[in-house]
Design a protein around this ligand. Sequence first.
Ligand code: A2P
Length: 271
Amino acid sequence: MDMTDTGTAPSKPTPTLPDAQVVTSVCHYTDRLFAFRCTRPQSLRFRSGEFVMIGLMGDNGKPLLRAYSIASPAWDEELEFYSIKVPDGPLTSRLQHIQPGEQIILRPKPVGTLVLDALLPGKRLWMLATGTGIAPFASLLREPETWEKYEQVIVMHTCRELAELTYGRELIEALPDDPLIGELVGGKLRYYPTTTREDSPIMGRVTDNLASGKVFADLDIPPLDPAHDRAMVCGSLAFNLDIKKILEDAGLREGANSNPAEYVVEKAFVD
Ligand code: A2P
């Protein structure tokens, strides 16, 4: 991904507020979507796929924080976030204007269920996302353990329009050439991007393409089988509910950190 188009901060930026981190680069994808990178607190340890609370100082002097999936992998020396821009959203209406060198607040307490540990061992890992729900997968796709654990990783991502797929597409298309994980990725990656409101090579919601069997036919993959298939889900509340039904009907059970099973779900950040 090219995060240089709005400039890059000096090499070793130092935050000046408690729990603050310095933005190092920003990239706008559409008028509704952008990503940025920032410094990482030295003490922050997290598992790829987890989220943290980030935000800005409010006008009332209190921090305005929201949950954001960390889009960078656990080994990255910086942190990356992928965000929607909501014109009247309390946080994103301001966050979307952030520039390299400026500070954000980050509470260094990572949590979340979209982690490899919450799934039982399996053959295929399905990453199922709508909109900004691709963010935790941007982390997990750059995590070597993901590729070591699974024979195949299938990414289904649905957005309304083609441009909204760009962040995920650029990241996924760069994986085979990644110096760290390119070799691990090998032939394991299957990418299935779809749109619902603009013509594109593959159309339709993740849910419909799973329920109709289209994705299995297109990718030449057998139908979901709880013995082999594992799934991670991240999207809107309605999407998550609809997908859960499809996965449960196929015999997959929801897992958690304390009780690993066949699939896990997290709600994508919404302002
Ligand atoms: P659709 O255009 O048919 O509503 P949004 O931008 O509203 O967050 O939606 C992102 C993508 O998620 C859109 O392509 C949208 O399809 C799809 N989507 C919304 N709700 C669901 C759902 N319940 N199940 C599957 N896909 C959904």
